[in-house]
Design a protein around this ligand. Structure first.
Ligand SMILES: NC(=O)c1ccc[n+]([C@@H]2O[C@H](COP(=O)([O-])OP(=O)(O)OC[C@H]3O[C@@H](n4cnc5c(N)ncnc54)[C@H](OP(=O)(O)O)[C@@H]3O)[C@@H](O)[C@H]2O)c1
Length: 253
């Protein structure tokens, strides 16, 4: 995304420092690449040491399901970027099960830690600095499936539903500090995590045909990254507390 100022080409995120969790593959990697292209300095995270950040981004190995992981990421953001202007909470996911009663307790806790509390903890560590700057943009990545929960995934959609509620509350709290907070909710998107989940789903539930996407195809990681880039850019200055569903129309019917 570029803007033209006095005839000069200026990239939309020039001078911005961005943290993107889970940027080694899938939607997170697409967000990192688009932010770099838009001129931002980017730090990203993943759990495994073998994971690689897209070229041009800095990387910190951390598990954001834990408080210690969130603290490590916040410390790296200070050390590497000197603070943050943009935070995208992208790391997320869960395994599908036969039904609600077969979701083990530890997977409920994992789902809540990864899809809700990772954002809560990291925001608590980073937003005081952003408030001091008087500006910032935060995006929480949820799921378009939240309004239509299915039994195999109740831990996941319940955690994402709580994330959306939290995100809206945080937006209202931080608006006077100049910090905008929004949610992006992807539909079925072609990523390593998405494909692995759909394979597990087929093992548990059989190969039931997926509902057709009205726009005729699954999402690409860049479809989601486009929406995130818009929300953190100057083109969305009057947008906060909103939820942008990016799903080709799948969950809108
Ligand atoms: N793909 C879809 O169809 C779809 C649909 C709706 C919503 N979403 C949401 O979109 C987001 C991205 O999904 P995706 O499909 O791109 O996922 P993905 O392909 O599985 O990639 C997930 C990324 O997050 C990292 N990650 C996972 N757990 C982590 C942890 N505990 N701490 C730190 N990093 C972690 C992974 O690296 P490591 O494994 O090395 O940690 C990887 O970089 C998620 O929040 C997901 O719920 C996806």
């Amino acid at each position: 995304m570029t803007t033209t100022e006095n005839g000069a080409e200026k990239r939309a995120l020039t001078g911005k420092r961005a943290l993107v969790t889970g940027g080694s593959r899938g939607i997170g990697a697409a967000i990192v690449r688009q932010f770099l292209k838009a001129g931002a300095e980017v730090l990203t995270t993943a759990r495994s040491a073998e994971s690689k950040a897209p070229d041009g981004a800095s990387f910190v190995q951390a598990d954001v399901r834990t408080l210690a992981g969130a603290e490590a990421v916040a410390a790296a953001a200070q050390e590497v970027l000197g603070g943050v202007d943009i935070v995208v909470h992208n790391a997320g996911g869960a395994r599908p099960h036969q039904g609600s009663a077969t979701i083990p307790d530890d997977e409920w806790l994992d789902a809540l830690n990864l899809n809700l509390l990772s954002s809560v903890r990291l925001d608590a560590l980073l937003t005081p600095g952003m408030a001091q700057q008087g500006s910032g943009a935060i995006v929480h990545v949820s799921s378009a499936a939240v309004p239509t929960p299915v039994s195999a995934f109740l831990h996941y959609t319940a955690a994402k539903a709580a994330l959306e509620n939290y995100s809206r509350g945080l937006a209202l709290e931080l608006a006077p500090s100049g910090i905008r907070v929004n949610t992006v909710s992807p539909g079925r998107t072609a990523t390593p995590g998405g494909e692995a989940t759909r394979e597990l789903w087929a093992q548990v539930h059989g190969d039931a045909a997926a509902p057709a996407v009205p726009l005729g195809r699954d999402g690409a990681p860049d479809d989601i990254a486009d929406a995130v880039l818009f929300l953190v850019s100057g083109k969305a200055q009057w947008l906060t507390g909103s939820s942008l569903v990016v799903d080709g129309g799948e969950f809108h019917r």
